[in-house]
Write a protein that binds this ligand. Structure first.
Ligand code: NDP
Ligand code: MG
Length: 375
């Protein structure tokens, strides 16, 4: 029997890559639900090709929506909880994807999670939903897919340290002053990965790596002291795991999201006919590693500190970052202004232990307001 997949955010970078992967696996997987935010044209083409039983367009702005499609924010949760869905690929960008992840887990689904913001904002709630419902999260993020593949079936109990690789982004070798004045075009010019605009800017500030450290903490249950970041400009080693006996395993491959997406759908199985590009070690060489320059990339340090603080701090970090990146992309603040906005929000939103979903959303709103008010 085919496994039935819902793709939330099907019109984005991860969503379209996932449909390309699935187009090679039509006898194993069917697509029963698709959602987008505004891109009715591409969503319509996808719906005509895949004939899903559910289509959601969250914010229709103009023509293109069809009468049978569902509109409004509820469409994500609707799609994620349908009885004709086995796996929810959450490829929405930002905290907008959080409720759908929680609802899918509570409904006992597998969530193939690209939407890392869910785990950053609501890691504790995600763990609680998995524990009570039988739902499971399998990461799509390439670093976390690598770690999962290295750890294998024995789980994290033999693990001493995670070493998360970072490309370093377009400003890896720039001085701090030049980075602070970087333009939107420079920030969107990623050296190794082609991705949506928000994560591309996050990769330039290294806020993305902070989100990934927090994501790893919640996925694998390791303390922050056991999670390190190393710069690896070629993006071939997707991450490494050091075990208690000192052995280190790495997962390697070309920088493509096709394999991590497919693996999140098939884990722990592997498909023989994945169709993903083959790895050539000679063509990929040399592989190099460098320490991360925390002084030049303050958003990384702020994010890791927010993770360590826990409570509302990761949600505050995430929301401030989302708001600041949007302002940067609109030309309203400088590149340096992104980290300034994050620092301001973290200083002004007071801490709270064991927040509920509504507490987290309240912190999210306050952080966004603080960032917007400081422009
Ligand atoms: P994109 O911006 O390319 O795509 C985002 C998708 O989500 C689009 O389908 C968009 O619809 C939809 N969307 C955006 N906002 C909302 C909203 N408020 N409500 C409902 N749907 C919405 O992002 P990416 O594909 O690059 O990234 C998606 C997620 O995956 C992010 O969390 C990112 O961090 C993560 N990720 C991405 C990687 C990559 O290679 N791109 C790698 C690892 C992780 P529309 O097109 O209509 O606007
Ligand atoms: Mg990643």
């Amino acid at each position: 029997m085919t496994r039935r997949v819902a793709i939330l955010g099907s019109t984005g970078s991860i969503g379209t890559t996932a449909l390309r992967v699935l187009s090679r696996q039509r006898e194993r997987f069917s697509v029963t639900a698709l959602t987008a935010n505004v891109n009715a044209k591409l969503l319509g083409e996808q719906a005509d090709s895949w004939l899903p039983s559910y289509v959601g367009l969250v914010s229709p702005n103009g023509s293109g929506s069809r009468p049978e499609w569902k509109n409004g924010v509820g469409a994500l949760v609707d799609a994620a909880t349908r009885t004709d869905v086995d796996i929810v690929l959450n490829a929405v960008v930002g905290v907008a994807g959080m409720d759908a992840t929680l609802a899918a887990l509570s409904a006992g689904k597998r969530v193939a999670l690209a939407n890392k913001e869910t785990l950053v904002v609501a890691g504790e709630l995600v763990a609680a939903a998995c524990a009570t419902s039988g739902g499971e999260i399998v990461p799509v993020d390439s670093e976390h897919s690598a770690i999962l593949q290295c750890i294998g079936a024995r789980g994290a109990k033999d693990v001493r340290r995670l070493i998360i690789t970072a490309s370093g982004g377009p400003f890896r070798q720039w001085g701090a002053d030049r980075i602070g004045a970087a333009t939107r075009e420079e920030a969107l010019n990623h050296p190794t990965w082609s991705m949506g605009r928000k994560i591309t800017v996050d990769s330039a500030t290294l806020a993305n790596k902070a989100l990934e450290v927090i994501e790893a903490h919640f996925l694998f249950g390791l303390p922050y002291d056991a999670i390190e970041v190393v710069v690896h400009p070629q993006s071939i080693v997707h991450s490494m795991v050091e075990f208690v006996d000192g052995s280190v395993l790495a997962q390697v491959g070309v920088p493509s999201m096709e394999l991590p997406i497919l693996y999140a759908l098939t884990h722990p199985e592997r498909l023989a006919d994945s169709g993903v590009p083959r790895f050539d070690p000679v063509a990929a060489s040399p592989l190099t590693f460098e320490p991360v320059r925390l002084d030049a990339f303050p958003a990384l340090q702020l994010g890791i500190e927010a993770g360590r603080a826990g409570g509302l701090a990761p949600a505050t970090f995430n929301a401030a970052n989302e708001a600041a990146v949007a302002l940067f992309l609109d030309g309203k603040i400088s590149f340096a202004g992104i980290a300034h906005g994050i620092a301001r929000a973290l200083a002004l939103v007071p801490p709270m232990a064991s927040p509920t979903r509504d507490d987290l959303m309240d912190a999210d709103r306050r952080a966004r307001a603080i960032v917007k008010d400081s422009v």
